[in-house]
Design a protein around this ligand. Structure first.
Ligand SMILES: [Zn+2]
Length: 360
């Protein structure tokens, strides 16, 4: 790829980002987004689990006052589930709103990992950048959590599910019938609905353990979802994104019904702003009667909203599961970094907005 075309394209993105931030963020000023170190992106390669592990720890060493990295659990194959926290006074739990970004519940969907890593580097490298005071302001007023690779076994094996052995829905532990659970079907939802509305909840695909959408024998049966559950129960965050690829659309609760949640106006407002920034399709809730097809049980954003009240989204980034063009990956990272900055700012007011909504 020619450098000149890269630079031109990036200048276009900057101008566009500045304009968007100005429109969407009335509280603080508009800000432009400078380019991080290009060397990481030319030629671009996805990070393996080991490379992610090394990079996170080296960043933590260089920015120890702004970043912690810790393991919230281990996979079946013994890999760590890394949790990154970014904030000032990062070792303390402060009375600051939290946001959460997660990626790679599905091990063959890699762009989200890069989006998280890019954002981590972006925040750290620009903390002292005096031409971008908003970055320091966001870091000083927000607790940012990232789970950049929820399914490292799946990423390593390049497979959708995790890699733990299955024993059938009612099987004996001694018999291995297949491998892997779809972690984004394993969260705690009203699982019994699958039996009441078998077509709507794709019963033929979530019960057989060999299926690509196998939901597991019971909610939170997997190490990875158990770890996310404990993490979520012990940390405060008011907005979250879980990254998947692909499709260029944004979804939010409820996922198991088309009913709107009591926080529909907030989901719509935040979701429409995200959509303006990344130009993805926001799948709004129509509040219809339950249709026959197309519901999801056991996905992360549904559970996070039910349990935490978090304004939680799933975003399917990109036009393909694994784009290889460095420019495409770079643009995904840049655009979603702008979305993250917006969400960190919106998190400052979201709880107050919720209170107003429910008392008006
Ligand atoms: Zn996915």
């Amino acid at each position: 790829m020619k450098t000149s075309s890269l630079i031109l394209a990036k200048k276009g993105v900057i101008t566009w980002l500045s304009a968007v931030m100005f429109l969407l963020v009335p509280l603080s000023s508009a800000f432009s987004v400078p380019f991080p170190d290009q060397s990481a992106f030319e030629p671009y390669q996805y990070h393996t689990y080991q490379e992610l592990t090394d990079e996170l720890h080296s960043l933590q060493e260089n920015y120890s006052s702004l970043m912690t990295v810790s393991s919230i659990g281990k996979t079946y194959e013994g890999r760590d589930l890394w949790m990154v926290k970014l904030s000032d006074n990062v070792d303390q739990e402060e009375d600051e709103p939290g946001v959460l970004f997660m990626a790679a519940h599905h091990g063959n969907e890699w762009p989200g990992v890069e989006i998280c890593l890019f954002f981590i580097r972006y925040m750290l490298e620009n903390y002292q950048n005096t031409s971008l005071p908003e970055i320091k302001n966001i870091m000083n007023t927000t607790q940012i959590y990232l789970l950049p690779m929820v399914n490292p076994d799946g990423v390593t094996a390049d497979t959708r599910k995790n890699c733990a052995p299955n024993h059938g829905p009612y099987g004996k532990r001694s018999t291995v019938t297949s491998y892997g659970v779809n972690l984004n079907r394993n969260y705690g939802d009203p699982w019994f609905l699958a039996y009441l509305l078998p077509m709507r909840y794709s019963l033929p695909f979530i019960i057989p353990d060999s299926s690509f959408n196998y939901r597991g024998p019971y909610p939170f049966s997997e190490n990875e979802t158990k770890a996310v559950k404990v993490f979520a129960e012990t940390h405060e965050f008011s907005i979250s994104i879980s990254y998947h690829s692909y499709g260029e659309f944004i979804v939010y609760p409820w996922m198991h019904t088309t009913k709107q949640t009591p926080d529909e106006p907030l989901f719509r407002s935040v979701g429409e702003n995200i959509s303006l920034m990344n130009n993805y399709y926001l799948m709004i809730k129509k509040d219809r009667l339950i249709p026959l097809y197309g519901g999801t049980l056991g996905s992360s954003e549904n559970w996070l909203y039910r349990e935490k009240g978090s304004i939680s989204f799933t975003i399917e980034v990109g036009e393909e599961r694994r784009p290889m063009d460095p420019q495409v990956i770079y643009d995904l990272c840049m655009t979603q970094t702008a979305v993250h900055l917006y969400l960190c700012q919106r998190a400052q007011t979201i709880e107050a907005e919720k209170t107003m909504l429910h008392h008006s």
